[in-house]
Design a protein around this ligand. Structure first.
Ligand SMILES: *Cc1c(COP(=O)(O)O)cnc(C)c1O
Length: 449
């Protein structure tokens, strides 16, 4: 298994040429298959004697790969799709081939140094101090949880007599906040956003004060969303930042999707107030053109995270002997892939201006999409897009009709646009993060409505 035989050499050529072909050409959209159909097609692939490299590769390329929706297809506008740059994808191959260990400075200093420069760029865009820092974790869910665990540890120092804790966030906050609350066994104070869908400082302040006067539980963090997943709405970061400072409460900004737009000069002002964050996240695998899976988690004071997340054991203590920067110490993980490197490579190679341009290109398509929806006889915009999510409704359709349309769109390989809902009513949404997505792609989908 560990010898590079002529047979391995031949498979290596095939794997590399498959990978390059996948990168160079528009992938088909593809779609899911049932487990029964997949079994009928490939049978049991795990056997005592093995299928051989050639056969196993064909199982993947001919069957399994085609049962996976291409998240980078230009007409995949579902959830938040992905759009890795060519360089980022290529460098992922290098990371995979290099057995890099990203948990400690001792083992991965070169890679960690590069990841830290990429994190620094994000931190600087947000206006955090030079001492800010963090780590690339698996995804926004893990980033939010890791930050909130630090927030609670800080609150415990401040209010040692408190035994029950709660997080304040918008009703429109991402599901990962409720997941974090459940994992941490803390409560959620859900606050209604205003009529534009934005969580406001004033509303949160009065809800928090009322909450504290009626029970002994304390709010230890306010989570703002900088770009909601469903509609792309940015909460009032300035107002929320201010009321957290007044109350000495941790201010976490979940910008998994939206904070990418910090690098677009026309959008940066929308995020005013982000500089007050105690921690924030942004997923390069969403709108910063990196492959899965990479979330940048950044703390204003990383030493607070280190005090909470460092794992201690006889076999690990050697890592803590000096003041080295060990990425493991800043989130809930130990062994880690240097998952920030594909993002770093692309950023280093292309420069940050290219990011701003690519982002503006997606914003232009989102703007055009909104314009076409406004003029479409059967469609209504849910709201003016604040970022690159464009949400709309189809007049006269039931939830079942939305679903049927979406199923047909995928079956016909035109696009992937699953229905969502807003205030209990079905909606459609285009999440445009891919510079490959052109106005013509949007038109092709709108023509079916
Ligand atoms: C996608 C998203 C998350 C979760 O990120 P994952 O990388 O999918 O875990 C959290 N918050 C927001 C606002 C998101 O859009």
């Amino acid at each position: 298994m560990h010898e590079f035989t002529p047979e391995v050499e031949a498979i290596a050529d095939e794997i590399l040429s498959y990978s390059l072909h996948r990168l160079k050409t528009d992938p088909p959209l593809d779609g899911p298959m049932s487990a029964e159909d997949l079994f009928a097609a490939v049978g049991n692939t795990i056997t005592a004697r093995g299928l051989g490299g050639q056969a196993a590769l064909e199982v993947f390329t001919k069957v399994l790969a085609k049962a996976c929706i291409s998240t980078d297809h230009p007409r995949n506008l579902a959830f938040i799709p992905s759009a890795p740059s060519e360089y980022a994808n290529l460098f992922d191959l290098v990371v995979g081939a290099s057995a890099l260990y990203g948990g400690s400075w001792q083992e991965g200093s070169g890679a960690v140094f590069a990841e830290n420069q990429a994190l620094r760029w994000l931190s600087d865009l947000a206006g955090l101090p030079d001492t800010a820092g963090g780590v690339f974790v698996q995804g926004g869910t893990m980033g939010n949880l890791s930050a909130l665990v630090v927030a609670r540890a800080e609150a415990r120092k401040r209010w040692p007599e408190t035994s029950r804790w709660a997080i304040a966030c918008s009703r429109e906050a991402h599901s990962s906040i409720a997941s974090a609350a459940q994992v941490m066994d803390v409560d959620l104070l859900l606050v209604d956003p205003d009529s534009q869908g934005k969580l406001r400082g004033g509303a949160v302040a009065s809800e928090i004060d009322a909450f504290h006067s009626r029970q002994s539980a304390r709010i230890f963090a306010v989570v703002a969303t900088a770009g909601t997943t469903n509609l792309g709405i940015i909460d009032d970061l300035t107002g929320l930042g201010r009321i957290t400072k007044e109350r000495d409460i941790w201010f976490h900004v979940d910008g998994a999707y939206g904070l990418a737009a910090l690098c677009a000069p026309t959008l940066k002002p929308k995020f005013a107030g982000i500089e007050m964050a105690d921690s924030f996240i942004v997923d390069p695998h969403k709108w910063l053109f990196a492959p899965f899976d990479a979330c940048a988690l950044i703390y204003r004071e990383p030493r607070l995270a280190r005090a909470v997340h460092t794992q201690h054991a006889s076999y690990l203590d050697t890592l803590q002997d000096d003041d080295a920067w060990n990425p493991s110490d800043y989130a809930i993980h130990l062994t880690r892939r240097t998952r920030g490197l594909p993002f770093w490579f692309s950023l280093a190679a292309h420069g940050t201006d290219a990011y701003a341009e690519a982002m503006e290109a997606t914003l232009h398509v989102a703007h055009e999409a909104a314009e076409k929806i406004r003029r479409h006889p059967n469609l209504d915009l849910v709201c003016e897009p604040e970022l690159s999510v464009v949400a709309f409704t189809r007049r006269g359709w039931s939830a079942a009709e939305y679903q049927q349309w979406s199923d047909r769109l995928l079956a016909d390989q035109v696009g992937f646009v699953p229905p969502s809902s807003h205030h209990g009513k079905p909606i459609l949404r285009f999440a445009i993060v891919n510079p490959w997505t052109k106005v013509a792609d949007v038109e092709a989908i709108l023509a079916t409505l």
